[in-house]
Design a protein around this ligand. Structure first.
Ligand SMILES: NC(=O)C1=CN([C@@H]2O[C@H](COP(=O)(O)OP(=O)(O)OC[C@H]3O[C@@H](n4cnc5c(N)ncnc54)[C@H](OP(=O)(O)O)[C@@H]3O)[C@@H](O)[C@H]2O)C=CC1
Ligand SMILES: CCCCCC(=O)/C=C/[C@@H]1[C@@H](C/C=C\CCCC(=O)O)[C@@H](O)C[C@H]1O
Length: 327
């Protein structure tokens, strides 16, 4: 009898940082496949901020949700034959029995990734949900023009590091805020940002006085940092509200943030764009990555057992670029 392992969230997270014991590994028998089903062995599993934000208000226990990319190892579905890679939202589990139907909770249909010659892990990173979020959030909501100034927070992370690089390709001046000197150095010396600051050790207001005001703000963090940045927007600026990680797990979530000048401010989920648009985003990102125009940074941790600690590390800011676990 073959078994799979999956993570169940047993206890509701009490604080911003979950506790290791909130998670439990559970074994399950892998059933024989029915017609239309296929069995996927996970290769890379994602840890993301929405695992924290979407946990609030959810009844426990629940299976930990999330993206993964793996290989089909057995199949009774001709559209998903053995040996192909598949991206699915089947969560933190080493094997998944899937069908062509979307998962009931997040409505993601299993699909074949388009990573070309690039590493398959990027299917859940720069060529997956975070990449699509960065590209469409920036181009569709901020719509930055040449010579404009773009600011992004959590700039050393999965979404933010791409946002800044795409803005540079659009001919913008780019400002990034990140939580460590290591990330700041990477943004300046490796990813081509014009300005980068450690928001934990810098006076943000003074930093922005030195850079000049902002046309486009891509907000990944919310809270105090977003408030200060919004105070430094130019008239007719555009703000893409992507996430507010500084408020996740807090009693009072995102407070209404306002700018003192007239700006367009829009909260978005990458899911609001149709699949054609998402695929076009991936195709553009892949071209840029293959040509070396942009870089995809990743922090890869080894071992299924490391998933909870890897989530904690990401929430604490220890990841550079996309945090994933290789299983
Ligand atoms: N709207 C959408 O469709 C989507 C939204 N998101 C959102 O985008 C944001 C970035 O996600 P993603 O790129 O995957 O994650 P990251 O790779 O950026 O990792 C999260 C980072 O958040 C930063 N962080 C943690 N706590 C704080 C804090 N109190 N203040 C400021 N920064 C903090 C840390 O970086 P540091 O060292 O800089 O502190 C950490 O590395 C999140 O808010 C997420 O919820 C993501 C995907 C889709
Ligand atoms: C397959 C589903 C993956 C979900 C990833 C995702 O979209 C996460 C996004 C949320 C985001 C929700 C969308 C709109 C922004 C609203 C801004 C706000 O008020 O905080 C945000 O709620 C936090 C991310 O985790």
């Amino acid at each position: 009898m073959r078994k799979l392992r999956k993570y169940v969230v047993r206890k509701a997270f009490k604080d911003y940082l979950p506790e290791r014991n909130d998670f439990e590994i559970v074994d399950e028998v892998i059933p024989a496949l029915n017609d239309g089903e296929f069995l996927v062995k996970a290769e890379y599993i994602s840890v993301d901020p929405y695992m924290r934000s979407f946990a609030d208000g959810r009844d426990v226990p629940y299976d930990q949700f999330g993206f993964q990319v793996g290989k089909v190892v057995d199949s009774r579905n001709s559209h998903y034959p053995a040996d192909i890679h598949v991206v699915s939202h089947s969560g933190w589990r080493d094997f998944s029995v899937l069908t062509a139907e979307p998962d009931p909770m997040f409505n993601v249909t299993p699909y074949r990734p388009h990573t070309g010659s690039l590493p398959i892990s990027l299917a859940i990173g720069a060529l997956g949900m975070p990449g699509i979020t960065a590209y469409l959030g920036l181009t569709e909501i901020c719509d930055p023009k040449e010579n404009e100034t773009v600011c992004v927070t959590s700039a050393g992370g999965a979404v933010g590091s791409l946002v800044g690089q795409i803005a540079k390709l659009k001919g913008c001046t780019v400002i990034g805020f990140a939580g460590s000197d290591h990330k700041v150095n990477m943004l300046l010396n490796e990813l081509g940002f014009d300005y980068a600051f450690n928001y934990k050790t810098t006076n943000v207001k003074e930093a922005l006085n030195s850079t000049g005001n902002i046309d486009c703000y891509f907000d990944n963090v919310g809270g105090e940092l977003a408030k200060i940045i919004l105070g430094n927007m130019k008239e007719h600026g555009r703000v893409a509200i992507c996430g507010s990680i500084s408020t996740y797990g807090k009693k009072s979530r995102r407070k209404a943030l306002k700018a003192p000048v007239s700006v367009k401010m829009e909260a978005f989920s990458f899911t609001q764009w149709d699949i054609t648009k998402q695929q076009a985003a991936v195709s553009q990102l892949r071209d840029w990555l293959e040509s070396g125009a942009i870089k995809a940074k990743e922090t890869i941790t080894n071992g299924f057992e490391e998933l909870p600690d890897t989530l904690l590390a990401m929430l604490k800011g220890e990841n550079v670029g996309k945090a994933v676990v290789k299983v």
